[in-house]
Design a binder for this molecule. Sequence first.
Ligand SMILES: NC(=O)c1ccc[n+]([C@@H]2O[C@H](COP(=O)([O-])OP(=O)(O)OC[C@H]3O[C@@H](n4cnc5c(N)ncnc54)[C@H](O)[C@@H]3O)[C@@H](O)[C@H]2O)c1
Ligand SMILES: O=P(O)(O)OC[C@H](O)CO
Length: 339
Amino acid sequence: MTTIAVLGAGSWGTTFAKVLADAAVLGGHETTVRLWARRAEAAAEINESHTNTTYLGETALPEIITATSDLAEAVQGAEVIVLAVPAQSLRSHLSVVRENLHDSAVLVSLIKGLERGTDLRMSEVIEEELGVGPDRTVVISGPNLAMEIAREEPTASVVACADELVAEHVAALCNNQYFRPYTNTDVTGVEIAGIVKNVIALAVGICDGQKLGDNSKASVITRGLAETTRLATVLGGQLETFSGLAGLGDLVATCASPLSRNRTAGRLLGEGLTAEQATERLSQTAEGMKSGSAVVELARQHQIEMPICEAVVAVLEDKLPVDRLASLLLARDLKAEGK
Ligand SMILES: NC(=O)c1ccc[n+]([C@@H]2O[C@H](COP(=O)([O-])OP(=O)(O)OC[C@H]3O[C@@H](n4cnc5c(N)ncnc54)[C@H](O)[C@@H]3O)[C@@H](O)[C@H]2O)c1
Ligand SMILES: O=P(O)(O)OC[C@H](O)CO
């Protein structure tokens, strides 16, 4: 019997709990999936009606998912702990996890954000707070819009861990008829790809809000991928990761889809809303809004040029009028494409 705790019953946490439960049924594994919801009413709805209507409408959740609003209870005895809370709140949740952590538990981050103040990736926050090694820290990232996966539309993803056997174990736990995981050992590359694509999606959304067309958006996506790759490779990420699912795959899904909260937030900024107004309008997590400044800070520390991310953050901080973003990027000095 494998006990898996999923912390965060928002759109991705709830959907991923369903992915795990469906994988267990398909694979004939004996698995218990516990889902931690911040609100007691959400936990009660999941237990009684097997739905989470706030995030997933009428999607029917498998009955092997049980929910609780008691974080310690969710974590107790769990061999696998999946983290699906907003990036800026992860550290505060980990203090409760630490007190109830199973000796050999594996920690799996679904989070696509960078911690403000420390500029740490989520795997680094987990390792620092829980004192676990990279062989127990896993990151899952890819073109994974929760709502499509909840409808069981096929997708693929990347399960990354420094220890390939651990990645394979977690991949087996989430492999089902609509979710196909590939393993990878490039945790840094996979994580940076997921973090920065949210900032690039904000830029694409701004193009939408400004009524710019597909050439502009394709240019932002392509140059955005170049920025992401520059940062990740300096931090130790592998170049190949960026032509894969966690790189190009996720960038395309997020920047193309009206389901993306980051692209939607960008569109609202492009239409003239402030960052605060756009966040209020969304009511769900758009990680790029908070992580953007940490990305830019990290890039500056490593002397990496990230002009698109810099411009997005300047808009978020009200230092650049949104209608000047395109002209600012176009006025930069000419350079060779590969540099
Ligand atoms: N939704 C997706 O399609 C998707 C896909 C892949 C990755 N992700 C990533 O997964 C992470 C979680 O995203 P989500 O879509 O589930 O977000 P969400 O906004 O839908 O849900 C967040 C959940 O965290 C809970 N929470 C706990 N502490 C919180 C706090 N301090 N502030 C706000 N909420 C708090 C909320 O109650 C909610 O249940 C993000 O890093 C996101 O980038 C999301
Ligand atoms: O809705 P977004 O913008 O948080 O994107 C969701 C996923 O990260 C897409 O892979």
